[in-house]
Design a protein around this ligand. Structure first.
Ligand code: BLA
Length: 519
């Protein structure tokens, strides 16, 4: 990758992977112009090997010439009607090549006005057609019996491995920064495990993730392949390079090929896991040598992938719903203590008995409540003096009565002294002047992150030049993250508005008191 721009990992995002101008060599690509009598306007250079006609002599000929009148009419009638839909259509075609009849699978889609027909020679399928239904049945019934997300992910990897026969199948989940982690893995014995390994976001750059939202499954049949050029370079309708976003033969980024070489991988298939139009993970399959998977089997896995995406999404929804319900009940009880009692001592007494609920509400190990000149500490907290000083700082940081952090010592220097009990804080003012408040505390959780290789090693120096290249080593590289707590989840933060009704109540109370004093 050579560029004049300053080199850093954002350069990865600039490679236009949807218009590489090349395909992988295990099939042939034809770009057909529907408004020019279905003539072949562009094709890949390997037509001689697979169709027995040179690319130059194929260009300008009509598709009918190549596949014969009967198949052409069938295709026009049935498949071309449907190609406006996002699903790839396919058709079995017999083409006579050097006097022999060769069977192809033709995969069709529309690209910026052109019809792309990709032909792959039909090969012996490793999965017989009759087994498809059984696979689906097995998948559904095994999935139903799993207890949680992680178990379901494991079952998905095992089944995809059984169907496709790759050496290694992983479930790769993105975090909110697009770093990824292998959360389940099925592999051949003797291979080193990648389970639990973290990978930096730049391993799968933004434009690739965007593409994988549209195109749910892709295969690299042979990492050592020689790319085949598409000629001519520009498509006639747009005057631009042919857009291969949905092509099944698209040649992949040379940077990614280098990455796979460095990893020692010979072939891959990846299946997108999507919900709500968000890519949340990938099922990634590795094989140590070349591996072709037929279109039909790819379709089966594509279907299972989308089923699995939904299944996990629904499980997550159910878990979230139950957590939310629990939090609402707890926060209602806590609110009631302040709103239902005017007497300070009653409030303090009830807080004492509800101590566990107060901590559970925010999954905290400690809490401090300051109410009408009384400071109460529950569970494990910093000292009273430390809490009072911290509260002063927190009230200055607070916006709309609240503030939270899961790396307190990075933002508030004195917290270094008590980071073991309070690396996480959640502050809520209980009165408009912020003299009353509650602070929840979470302890430090030293996080050990196992990266596959040092993530900073992508920009390398070679012969005095700086070059961008995927990491050479994927050996475990251990990062220790200190001074952080588990982060405050959006569900926990979502009950804060409900708790803020205490502030309103306090405001009313103070106004009433002021009025009474005035009388
Ligand atoms: C693409 N990178 C990918 C893909 C994966 C990964 C799964 C999708 C393509 C495929 O199916 O193989 C990364 N593969 C992984 C990871 C695991 C795995 C994390 O198996 C973990 C187990 N990559 C880099 C750097 C750059 C880069 C530094 O490491 C850029 C400078 C680029 N990766 C890159 C690009 C693509 C890619 C451009 C898109 C390839 C394409 O579809 O053309």
């Amino acid at each position: 990758y050579v560029t004049d721009e300053p080199i850093d990992l954002t350069n990865c995002e600039k490679e236009p992977i949807h218009i590489p101008g090349y395909i992988q060599p295990h099939g042939v690509l034809l770009a057909i112009n529907p408004i020019d009598d279905f003539r072949i306007a562009q094709c890949s250079r390997n037509t001689e090997q697979l169709l027995g006609i040179s690319a130059e002599s194929l260009l300008g000929r009509s598709l009918e010439d190549l596949i014969g009148k009967t198949q052409f009419e069938l295709m026009i009638r049935r498949d071309l009607q449907a190609i406006a839909t996002p699903d790839l259509q396919y058709i079995n075609l017999t083409i006579s090549v050097a006097n022999a009849s060769i069977e192809f699978i033709g995969i069709l889609h529309e690209s910026e006005g052109m019809i792309l027909l990709e032909l792959e020679p039909v090969s012996e399928d490793t999965v017989p057609f009759t087994d498809d239904f059984e696979w689906i049945q097995t998948f559904f019934s095994r999935m139903k019996r799993t207890e949680n997300r992680v178990e379901a992910s494991q079952v998905a990897c095992e089944l995809v491995k059984d169907i496709l026969g790759y050496d290694r199948v992983m479930l790769y989940e993105f975090d909110d920064q697009w770093n990824g982690k292998v959360i389940a893995e099925a592999k051949e014995q003797g291979l080193e495990s990648f389970w639990g390994h973290h990978y930096p976001a730049s391993d799968i750059p933004r434009q690739a993730r965007e593409l994988y939202l549209r195109n749910w499954l892709r295969t690299i049949v042979d990492v050592g392949y020689t790319p085949v050029e598409i000629i001519p370079t520009l498509q006639p309708l747009t005057g631009k390079p042919l857009n291969l976003s949905l092509s099944v033969l698209r040649s992949v980024s040379p940077l990614h090929i280098e990455y796979l070489h460095n990893m020692g991988v010979g072939a891959t298939t990846t299946i997108s896991l999507i919900h709500d139009n968000q890519l949340w993970g990938l099922i990634t399959c590795h094989h140590n040598s070349r591996k072709y998977v037929s279109h039909r089997t790819r379709n089966l896995c594509n279907f299972l992938g989308s089923f699995f995406s939904n299944e996990l999404y629904q499980r997550q929804q159910l878990d979230d719903y139950q957590t939310e319900l629990r939090l609402r009940i707890l926060s209602a009880r806590f609110t009631e203590i302040f709103i239902g009692n005017t007497d300070v001592y009653q409030v303090l007494e009830q807080l004492e008995t509800e101590e566990q609920g107060l901590l559970d509400l925010m999954s905290a190990t400690g809490a401090a409540v300051y109410y009408q000149d009384n400071l109460m500490l529950y569970g494990t907290t910093p000292t009273s003096k430390q809490v009072m000083e911290l509260a002063g700082w927190l009230s200055a940081q607070a916006e709309d009565y609240t503030y939270h952090s899961s790396k307190l010592s990075a933002e508030y220097e004195p917290a270094k002294a008590f980071k073991d009990v309070a690396s996480g804080v959640l502050y809520l003012a209980l009165s408009p002047g912020q003299q009353n408040y509650v602070i929840w505390f979470r302890p430090e959780v030293v996080e050990i992150v196992d990266w596959a290789g040092n993530p900073a090693k992508a920009v390398i120096r070679e012969d005095d030049k700086v070059r961008l290249s995927p990491r050479k080593s994927f050996e475990k590289w251990r990062q220790v993250v200190e001074g952080t707590s588990y982060s405050w989840k959006s569900q926990e933060l979502s009950v804060l508005p409900q708790l803020k009704s205490i502030v309103r109540k306090q405001t009313d109370y103070q106004l009433r008191q002021a009025k009474e004093q005035a009388i």
